[in-house]
Design a protein around this ligand. Structure first.
Ligand code: D5M
Ligand code: FE
Ligand code: ZN
Length: 467
């Protein structure tokens, strides 16, 4: 993504002011050559660069969203953007990028001060202030209060949430590595911060999702697990037949675990009907060939797929794609696609396992609640170093920014739907019945379901193909 200041500076150097909607468009596209293109096409005496100055684009949604041709566009997570695994552990820059983005979202609403203003000066010792940082450690005290260590670029500060305060249940849900703001008072020596209020980057309360006109419906699925002996062939075929006949469904999005893979867990070979990874992908490709060529299909990887497990995961390499029809688009995990201008953020959902383990009251049966947890934190996988492997990238690629119209995940094999501040959260189920492992873990999947969303109404509906 391009930085806002960078974009404004480029236009300023050329003697122009720039409309905020143009800035957000350029930020989203992240392509610096677009700026040169716009500059080349405008008059020298143009004062303000407006959306209408962007070549070949039609402004939509009061100028905030743009729809270019084609109607399905990969905005983030197109082939090649995940980058190679780095030799160096560049986590400093990953967390710095997370802090900068999420911290500024909180700062907009809270007027925070740097931590060093408390440690190096006595000016604020007796006043209510807000600080913003990454939670580098969090635990409960013997008396059930919540104590955490908050770090910003200038210092660290222990923060105490008293369990007798209003809103303590939010503080109980603080997880390591999320970015929060806390309002409260420092102790007289400035060594401990007594928190009254917690701020998260969150989805703005006034968030107004975009509803595209005449855009048809999108089918959201995930976790096909081709090659597994628990893959549900008949329900899958019923779904494909139904989809072929449904003339109002224009898109099919698959959020990872396309195939069961090889060597993903100990003893997997005993549970495979297709023990060859190329053949697993070929089989899926052949099945997708039977669907209408007018259907736009988007395929993202998950932890069972052939690519590296660390997120962001790259697209399925071309050597596995020989059997796929032209209407298939392969994207990374995560990826953001725009359908007629509605942004769909696709993420496999591995972090749901981590979130369920950390958030009090969380259950596998309600995965959409964990999607809300992601939206509140504006991050797909807030906690580093648990079961979700995260790559040391320069920029944090798991941020939720901007806010999508739809958040689509999978992974836990249980369908769940929720609407949070206007964002539709859909966790799609699976096309694999309960595995031996899931039985042992008491995870009861809801296989054979597809969630169909009418994009204009943003209305989801669950269709069941199990019988
Ligand atoms: O994961 C499907 C669900 O089952 C997901 O919630 C994780 C859980 N699962 C599956 N296998 C394991 C192992 N080996 N350890 C822990 N949790 C597991 P899927 O990605 O389809 O395997
Ligand atoms: Fe899966
Ligand atoms: Zn998975």
């Amino acid at each position: 993504m391009l930085a806002e200041e960078e974009i404004i500076a480029r236009f300023c150097e050329a003697g122009h002011l720039v409309d905020p909607t143009v800035v957000s468009y350029l930020r989203e596209r992240g392509d610096p050559t677009l700026i040169s293109g716009i500059l080349a096409g405008i008059r020298k005496d143009c004062t303000v660069v407006l959306p209408s100055h962007i070549p070949s684009l039609t402004p939509k949604r009061d100028g905030i969203r743009f729809t270019a041709d084609p109607l399905l566009e990969v905005i983030e997570g197109m082939e090649g953007s995940a980058g190679p695994v780095r030799q160096i552990d560049d986590y400093v820059s990953l967390f710095r990028s997370r802090y900068d983005c999420l911290g500024s979202l909180i700062r907009k609403r809270s007027g925070a001060i740097p931590i060093e203003a408390l440690t190096h000066s006595s000016r604020f010792r007796d006043s209510e202030v807000t600080i913003i940082g990454i939670v580098i450690d969090v635990k409960s005290t013997a008396k059930g209060h919540r104590i955490l260590e908050l770090e910003d670029p200038t210092g660290t500060m222990p923060v105490l949430f008293n369990n007798g305060r209003d809103g303590f249940s939010d503080a109980e849900r603080i997880v390591p590595d999320e970015v929060i703001g806390v309002r409260g008072k420092p102790s007289p020596e400035g060594k401990l911060f007594y928190a009254d209020q917690l701020f998260r980057p969150d989805v703005p309360v006034q968030h107004a999702p975009y509803s595209p006109k005449n855009s048809g419906k999108v089918a959201l699925i995930s976790d096909i697990h081709i090659g597994s002996d628990t893959f549900l062939q008949e329900p899958w075929e019923r779904f494909c037949d139904w989809l072929s006949a449904a003339d109002d469904i224009s898109y099919l999005l698959v959020a990872g675990d396309l195939v069961d893979g090889i060597g993903i867990y100990p003893g997997q070979e005993k549970e495979l009907t297709i023990p060859n990874i190329y053949e697993q992908y070929d089989r899926l490709g052949e099945m997708l060939q039977t669907l209408p060529s007018s259907l736009g299909i988007v395929l993202a990887p998950g932890n069972h797929d052939v690519v590296r497990g660390a997120e962001p995961q790259p697209v399925i390499p071309s050597e596995f794609r020989s059997q796929y029809p032209k209407n298939c688009t392969f994207v990374e995990n995560p990826a953001a696609v725009s359908i007629h201008g509605a942004r769909v953020l696709m993420y496999h959902g591995r972090s749901i396992d981590d979130l369920i383990g950390m958030i009090p009251g969380a259950r596998y049966e309600a995965p959409a609640e964990m999607m809300e947890a992601m939206l509140k934190r504006r991050h797909l996988a807030p906690t580093y170093g648990r079961r979700t492997p995260i790559l040391a990238t320069e920029k944090d690629r798991l941020l939720i920014d901007p806010v999508p119209e739809i958040l689509h995940t999978g992974h836990v094999h249980i369908t769940g739907i929720s609407r949070y501040r206007g964002v539709l959260a859909v966790n799609s189920g699976a096309w694999q019945s309960q595995t031996a492992f899931q039985k042992q873990m008491n995870i009861n999947p809801t296989p054979g379901q597809a969630v169909i969303v009418d994009l204009e109404q943003m209305e989801p509906q669950i269709y069941d193909f199990l019988s």
